[in-house]
Write a protein that binds this ligand. Structure first.
Ligand code: UN1
Length: 510
């Protein structure tokens, strides 16, 4: 199925509300990874202008925090509707700008719609607890209050959904947002942001002045813009998605000013395939999670930990599936693997392949550049599978490309140890129909990742669950479940409705 509008890209951008001439400049050159075509040249916001942006958000917070949460929910409802309406167009922009196949571009916008609907429901459920007191005539309760301006710094690979995950929750929780999209994907960010602006306009028509001017702002720019957000004491929460290297800089800087942060950093996600697995199901899951999005999801499958008795049988099936992968223009229906984001990503993959070989690896398939003649400026690769003698240095490193390492194991304890013995801790999964194996993998002695799945791959999480991971992935959670609590401040209230003043812990004072 293709849902691409037939129009040219300029028309699609216009329909998304993006006025290119008004945004034009020389700072950010946007290229399509499909064929290297220049899509736009945009002006960056000078870092010197950031205090004013942050100041407007701080001002907006003063009134937005007092708007009842269910009324704030109306704004994300409208945003979800706008996103639904613009789904095909925004999906197209995502495909053009980051090279996702049509289905995945659309899926990303659907993820943004889903989180808006989740946030709408949440707008009536921002509840705390009531706790019994040890003192007569007393009651203890918790309330969740808005936190303050939230900075959202995103990566190129989910340029629409990750902004929405954060912004929908932040807005419902009573916080203004400032969005700094990746310099590699500003148009997808803008298209998603413009839908929010349209929702704000409708909200204002309905509720008057309730949506203040600085409620949602976008700041196109480079690391200096990000740094201004990271270092500002007026930014209550910095939510940053990207590499562990980026997080290593952002985390301590936010901590130094006692700010809050959500870090979603690198993953090195594994699948354990046991002798009790449905191999055909496993193969389907491996293909989607290892080659989907050309291996450029933080949840991409990077390590296949397979029992030695079934390794060859699994590899035979997998190599067959890889041989039929359609690599090419992501806008064409039927394509499964689009391009890497840029030349640097291609070189990083080649470098990792060279290191893997040096470390004893055997390339079973792929790794080479393809379609070079048709797309001299597009970096397409044949997804690679590399058999490794063990979990060497390069296997422990996240390479953002379709590069799958295969490791053999003998007993489940060893498989779990391999799963956990990497610096990252985002997602993981086991393929097995053996209850004992499955429950062990999910237990306290099992996978140490933020996400551990059974008989599905590590990628493609639904928004209802908390998303995030441990160790160098950052330790935080966003999206569903109770991730909203990070966007609010908790206050514990002890209320005395008696005529006495008993002290806690039985203390007599005076
Ligand atoms: C990311 O790669 O940064 O679970 C996010 C998934 C998607 C989100 C990925 N829902 O693969």
């Amino acid at each position: 199925m293709t849902a691409l509008p037939p129009d040219d890209f300029a028309t699609v951008l216009q329909r998304c509300g993006i006025d290119l001439p008004a945004l034009s400049g020389t700072d950010i050159a946007v290229r399509s990874p499909i064929d290297g075509t220049g899509l736009a040249r945009l002006a960056a916001r000078p870092a010197a202008g950031m205090p004013a942006v942050i100041g407007r958000a701080a001002e907006a917070f003063e009134s937005w925090r007092l708007t009842p949460a269910p009324v704030r929910g109306e704004l994300v409802r409208l945003w979800g509707e706008e996103l639904r309406r613009a789904k095909a167009d925004i999906g197209h922009v995502v495909s053009r700008e980051v090279g996702k196949i049509v289905q995945e571009g659309l899926g990303e916008v659907q993820e943004a719609v889903d989180i808006c609907e989740f946030a709408l429901g949440l707008s009536r459920q921002l509840h705390g607890k009531t706790i019994v007191s040890e003192r007569p005539g007393h009651r203890i309760m918790e309330q969740y209050h808005p936190l303050g301006p939230v900075a959202i710094i995103t990566a190129f690979n989910f340029p629409s959904a990750v902004f929405a995950w954060n912004a929908a929750l932040a807005l419902v929780c009573g916080n203004p947002v400032i969005f700094k999209p990746s310099e590699k994907a500003p148009l997808s960010g803008l298209a998603t942001f413009k839908a929010l602006e349209r929702a704000i306009a409708q909200f204002t028509a309905q509720f008057g002045e309730r949506a203040p001017a600085g409620l949602a702002q976008i700041a196109l720019g480079g690391s200096d813009v990000a740094e201004a957000l990271v270092d500002s004491p007026q930014i209550a929460l910095v939510s940053a998605t990207g590499s562990s290297r980026m997080g290593r800089t952002v985390g301590p800087r936010v901590a130094a000013r006692f700010g809050k942060r959500i870090l979603e950093l690198g993953g090195n996600n594994a699948m354990v395939v046991t002798p009790a697995a449905d191999l055909d199901l496993a193969v389907r899951a491996i293909v989607f999670s290892a080659v989907g999005t050309a291996g450029q999801r933080c949840t991409t499958l990077r390590r296949l930990i397979v029992h030695r008795d079934i390794k060859q049988a699994l590899l035979d099936k997998l190599l067959k599936a890889y041989a039929s992968l359609r690599i090419g223009d992501p806008l064409q229906p039927g394509t499964l693997v689009g391009p890497l984001i840029d030349q640097a990503a291609f070189h990083a993959m080649q470098d990792s392949l060279a290191q893997a070989k040096q470390q004893g690896g055997t390339v079973l398939t792929g790794g080479q550049r393809v379609l070079e003649e048709r797309f001299p400026q597009g970096f397409y690769v044949a997804p690679a599978i590399v058999d490794m003698p063990g979990q060497t240095t390069i296997v422990r490193h996240e390479t953002f490309a379709p590069l799958l390492y295969v490791l053999a194991y003998e007993d489940l304890a060893q498989a779990i140890a391999l799963n956990n013995d990497v610096p990252q801790g985002l997602s993981s999964c086991i393929f097995s129909n053996d209850l004992r194996e499955v429950e062990t993998f999910l237990s306290a002695a099992g996978s140490d990742c933020g996400m551990a799945n059974v008989n599905i791959g590590p990628s493609g999480a639904e928004i209802g669950g908390a998303f995030g991971g441990e160790k160098e992935t950052g330790g935080d959670r966003e999206s569903g479940s109770d991730a909203w609590k990070q966007y609010m401040r908790r206050t514990t209230n002890t209320i005395n409705y008696s005529r006495e003043l008993p002290l806690a812990q039985g203390i007599h004072f005076g």
